[in-house]
Write a protein that binds this ligand. Structure first.
Ligand code: AMP
Ligand code: FE
Ligand code: FE
Ligand code: ZN
Length: 277
């Protein structure tokens, strides 16, 4: 089994890199991509453990980018991890912008009468604090009753608590991934706020290499459509569960939501030889 989309405590997952490697073994995942938000830290920590466990680890990342004013997630896969120095320097800037955003988000929420501190939010996070950690604290303190309400009422782009952070433009992020020898894949296209087929030519012109056709949020019909669009535009295909651990307990590593994920065994070979057929 293959799963090319997973998160650890280095971003907003609840499994440590070691726990994720163990979970892959338990779930029968043979090739695992770690795609933490804006960091390789989880991958770096998991690598020696995966080697001991006989698990093939793929170095990945999930970047939040801006496209037509909206946030769009972009996956980067690095089948060779040589020469990632400049890319690591670039993502360190993204991490700094996230820390700055977190300070402004605290200030904004406090203006709205939400009594929380950065220390409290950080206590919910692992290495890098993100909005899901803010959401957990809002639930714990009784300001909202669940994750969805936390985003709807406070944290979503359209909500009153939202503060912007410097996110790279989609095309800029694609170029950084490709410049480092990586494959840029559009994450969970179902979550795009625009008509995917209509904007796909523009994404291809920006240098996009692949589409995440297989994802826990995709129905079989949607997966079929994304596979067909990939073929039509000569794009590679990627896939994964988007495993986050106990914060999204319904999503299982390797098999997705209720076993809805069926990722072909030769997916990584096709990425290696850039086979878009
Ligand atoms: P951040 O990277 O800190 O800005 O947080 C972004 C993360 O929050 C995304 O990767 C999602 O996991 C989560 N997220 C964003 N919007 C929503 C939403 N409307 N509902 C639930 N989770 C969301
Ligand atoms: Fe996430
Ligand atoms: Fe995502
Ligand atoms: Zn993800």
């Amino acid at each position: 089994m293959i799963d090319l989309h997973s998160h650890t405590t280095a971003s907003d997952g609840t499994f440590s890199p070691a726990q994720l490697v163990a979970e892959a073994g338990r779930a029968g995942v043979r090739i695992l991509g770690i795609t933490d938000h804006d960091t390789f830290s989880g991958y770096d920590q998991a690598l020696p453990l995966a080697q001991q466990a006989g698990l093939e680890l793929v170095c990945g990342i999930e970047l939040s980018t801006k496209l037509h004013g909206h946030s769009v997630h972009l996956l980067g896969y690095f089948l060779s991890v040589e020469g990632l120095g400049d890319f690591r320097t670039w993502i360190a800037e993204l991490q700094a912008s996230r820390r700055d955003r977190n300070l402004r988000l605290i200030a904004r929420l406090r203006e709205l009468g939400v009594n929380i501190t950065l220390e409290e939010v950080q206590a919910h996070g692992g290495e890098m604090t993100g909005r899901p950690h803010f959401a957990q604290l809002l639930i714990e303190k009784g300001y909202v009753s669940n994750m969805q309400q936390a985003f709807d009422d406070y944290l979503d782009e359209s909500a009153k608590g939202y503060v912007t952070r410097r996110e790279p433009q989609f095309a800029e992020a694609v170029q950084h991934i490709r410049g480092a020898g990586g494959i840029a894949s559009l994450a969970h296209p179902i979550r795009l706020r625009e008509d995917f087929a209509a904007i796909l030519p523009e994404l291809c012109a920006a240098g996009l290499n692949a589409i995440e056709a297989y994802h826990s949020d995709h129905s079989p019909e949607q997966t079929a459509l994304y596979l067909q669009l990939a073929k039509q535009h000569g794009l590679l295909v990627t896939g994964g569960s988007d495993f986050h651990g106990t914060v999204k307990p319904e999503i299982r590593l390797g098999t997705g939501r209720g076993g809805n994920l069926q990722i072909p065994d030769n997916l990584v070979e096709r990425l290696q030889c850039k086979d878009a057929s």
